[in-house]
Design a protein around this ligand. Sequence first.
Ligand SMILES: Nc1ncnc2c1ncn2[C@@H]1O[C@H](COP(=O)(O)OP(=O)(O)O)[C@@H](O)[C@H]1O
Ligand SMILES: [Mg+2]
Length: 249
Amino acid sequence: MTNRVLEITNLNKSFGAIHATQDLSLTLNTGEIHALIGPNGAGKSTLIQQVTGYLQPDSGDIQFLGQSINHLSPAHRAKLGLAQTFQVSSLIMEYSCLQNVVLVVQARLGSSYRFFAPIKNDALLQQEAMTYLQEVELDKRCHIAASALSHGERRQLEIAMALALEPKVFLLDEPMAGMDPAGVKKLIERLKKMCRKAPILLVEHDMPAVFALATRITVLDYGRVIATGDVESIRNNPEVQTAYLGVAP
Ligand SMILES: Nc1ncnc2c1ncn2[C@@H]1O[C@H](COP(=O)(O)OP(=O)(O)O)[C@@H](O)[C@H]1O
Ligand SMILES: [Mg+2]
């Protein structure tokens, strides 16, 4: 069995004169946290959106578990287990934590859960949703509306929702953004556990977090890969140091 989950080959995407993705190739393997770093505008989010299908590449190929997915809609990709997680916008503020997670479980199960009688149905959905809330230690707050949660708790709820999707890949675009140091520390530990369930493609600006987590790092600049390797090789790469880490040549 191959351990290659994602394989991106010679991807290109332009917006008018801007080459947001240039001949980009990248792989993601089972158990791995592959960090994608680079200055603002380097093309990190554009890449994630081509993987989820919200943007169509001009050329190149994206394979997921050995199959080309270029022609698949975002909904179809999500169903296969390839969806972006950790988006604040995905929370419904007036719903309780439990209801938010139930919605994700329900969406993942599609029509299959309708096999049961409605009451049993709800109980099963809630039971399953509670297991994800327990994982992030929000189970005691399950009936609190998302709007009444602290910022940190909202991020925990997003994690519960990401876990509830049971994706085959975690696609994370700056999950540490806006977090205090204690929150970052917690999330680092969480991501270390999550990568055992599914590999993580991690776009992140917090360099200490990236260095603490990444199995491999790819550095983008103007849509191009300028370096890829393990933490040590990226830290010591002179081109990366000048282009991104702010070290004088
Ligand atoms: N929908 C769009 N239309 C036009 N230009 C875009 C669009 N999305 C991104 N860009 C441009 O593509 C480049 C890469 O953007 P982005 O992927 O958001 O970078 P990053 O996430 O690394 O900060 C930037 O120059 C940005 O202005
Ligand atoms: Mg971005």
